[in-house]
Design a protein around this ligand. Structure first.
Ligand SMILES: [Zn+2]
Length: 151
């Protein structure tokens, strides 16, 4: 695949530790477009869009926020906790946007399975279809997200 200079710049930013420790790509050797396309295909197979996925994440984050870092139960099937940390995260795509450093943990009561995301994850999925590279700290597997958020 041919890469534009903009893609190369983005790729460098995603792999650097400037914005987030260890970068957004983890140990993934694939290019950013390839990662986005593969995850989009996974979601399409499951019949869910990136916007719907991000929408569910935002909904659960908003439900957990008022509890200020304490666990709450939601929808009869989740334990949720949303913790705020000092500072903010910046989107690696070249546009203005800062995201509060908030970690939301979502645990299924039935399976015990849990996932953790940041507000930046929600933005990256919604606006860029980007779930981060394999091996990165906040990589979210689309099929796991769908299983936890929509089942
Ligand atoms: Zn962005």
């Amino acid at each position: 695949m041919k890469h534009s200079p903009d893609d190369q710049k983005l790729e460098r930013m995603l792999r650097s530790s400037k914005l987030v420790a260890d970068g957004f790509m983890g140990t993934d050797g694939r290019g950013v477009r390839e990662i986005i396309e593969a995850d989009a295909a996974t979601l399409a197979n499951l019949g869910v869009t990136a916007e719907q996925t991000a929408g569910r994440m935002r909904e659960l984050t908003l439900a957990a926020r008022p509890a200020l870092g304490n666990w709450i139960e939601a929808e009869g099937k989740y334990r949720l906790r949303s913790e705020e940390h000092k500072g903010s995260l910046v989107c690696p795509w070249p546009h203005a946007g800062r995201y509060e450093k908030r970690l939301t943990t979502c645990r299924r009561l039935d399976s015990g399975e849990d996932i953790v995301w940041t507000d930046l994850n929600i933005h990256l999925i919604e606006a860029h279809g980007f779930f981060e590279g394999k091996g990165s700290y906040f990589r979210l597997e689309p099929d796991v997200l769908v299983r936890i958020l929509f089942a």
